[in-house]
Design a protein around this ligand. Structure first.
Ligand SMILES: Cc1cc2nc3c(=O)[nH]c(=O)nc-3n(C[C@H](O)[C@H](O)[C@H](O)COP(=O)(O)OP(=O)(O)OC[C@H]3O[C@@H](n4cnc5c(N)ncnc54)[C@H](O)[C@@H]3O)c2cc1C
Length: 304
């Protein structure tokens, strides 16, 4: 097949947008970890690759005046994994980034590429949904911001309109100073998740749950959350029954598929266990951190 592919490396967002607008077959190129693999496999053949590599300000992670953290779309997974400026629930992004693939993929892949591809088994979609992050978008009609749980629309489908790109992810401040845990069940080390859960947990002094956010991935076309089931656990000690109820609520909402990583039925059964483990480990991390801060050692926060 004679297919001449062109390559552009603009240094402004305006130029990226005008190149994408001029050619519906053009694709933007971030880390290339997925796009180049898809091209090599003959699954896609863009007429033009528009690299985002030279865009200023897209690869950095910047604290905002209100305590939010803005992660540029071109920030590599390894950079997010090592970032120590996240506070409270924001740290779920770093926890998820540390579990992506293996070191070569973490050096190559970007958060913008990962969420734009929107693989439901990928790690960032679940993490940014748990963090209540907002996706920053630039496009021919201007800039807009879309909450994570509206950004992921369906299997490999996002709220991005043709010609739009992701410029960053803004992670809001967390007044509850939650501790986090990203639990990922895989067939093999470095694989995509069969089932994953991102948990952000804060406990009161008496050990009752003060704040809880949990998203699950790999179990539906998009990450899933059950906010009312999270709210039902607030103000009470964390119990196995409570965790089972949260896991069951998420399993009810799940819509998994059969694939090489597991059957739909297997994923549905696994989900409550992975959710329970994620929440228990985040709670234990909260307790250990409080103990370390007060110098009294771990106290409340285990599963009652
Ligand atoms: C062997 C292997 C193992 C992997 N394991 C995991 C894993 O365990 N967990 C996990 O989560 N991921 C995993 N990945 C995926 C990887 O982490 C990357 O996130 C993913 O490849 C996409 O990021 P990228 O920067 O490479 O994007 P690219 O491959 O450059 O682009 C992917 C798609 O997104 C579009 N795109 C890129 N950037 C933008 C943007 N800013 N705005 C709009 N559209 C954009 C591109 O046009 C393309 O369609 C794995 C990949 C490989 C190859």
């Amino acid at each position: 097949m004679d297919h001449a592919m062109r390559f552009a490396e603009p240094d402004s967002i305006e130029e990226v947008l005008s190149l994408l607008a001029a050619d519906p077959e053009a694709r933007c190129l971030a880390g290339g970890a997925t796009l180049v693999a898809m091209m090599n496999a003959g699954l896609t053949a863009p007429s033009l690759l528009v690299s985002l590599r030279k865009l200023p300000g897209l690869a950095s992670i910047d604290p905002q005046a209100d305590g939010a953290v803005r992660v540029g779309a071109m920030a590599r997974h390894a950079t997010v994994a090592a970032h120590d400026g996240f506070a409270g629930a924001q740290a779920i992004l770093a926890a998820a980034a540390r579990r992506i693939g293996h070191p070569a993929i973490r050096t190559m892949g970007t958060i913008g590429g990962s969420i734009s591809h929107a693989d439901p088994s990928a790690d960032y979609p679940t993490a940014i949904t748990a963090a209540d992050a907002v996706v920053e978008i630039a496009g021919p009609e201007g800039a807009r911001a879309v909450p994570a749980d509206e950004f992921f629309v369906d299997w490999l489908e996002t709220a991005l309109a043709p010609g739009e790109i992701v410029t960053g992810v803004v992670v809001p401040p967390d007044a509850t100073d939650a501790a986090v845990h990203y639990e990922k069940f895989t067939r093999a080390d470095g694989d995509f998740a069969t089932v994953a859960a991102a948990a952000c947990v804060a406990l009161a002094e008496d050990g009752a749950v003060a704040a809880l956010r949990v998203a699950a991935g790999g179990v539906a076309p998009t990450p899933i959350r059950r906010r009312e089931a999270e709210a039902a656990l607030i103000g009470r000690p964390l119990t196995e029954d409570g965790l089972a109820a949260l896991g069951a609520a998420l399993a009810d909402l799940s819509d998994p598929i059969d694939d090489m990583r597991g059957s739909a039925d297997y994923r549905r059964r696994l989900l409550p266990r992975i959710v329970g483990r994620a929440v228990r480990r985040a709670a234990a991390a909260f307790t250990a951190r409080s103990g370390a801060r007060s110098g009294t050692g771990p106290q409340a926060g285990g599963v009652a």
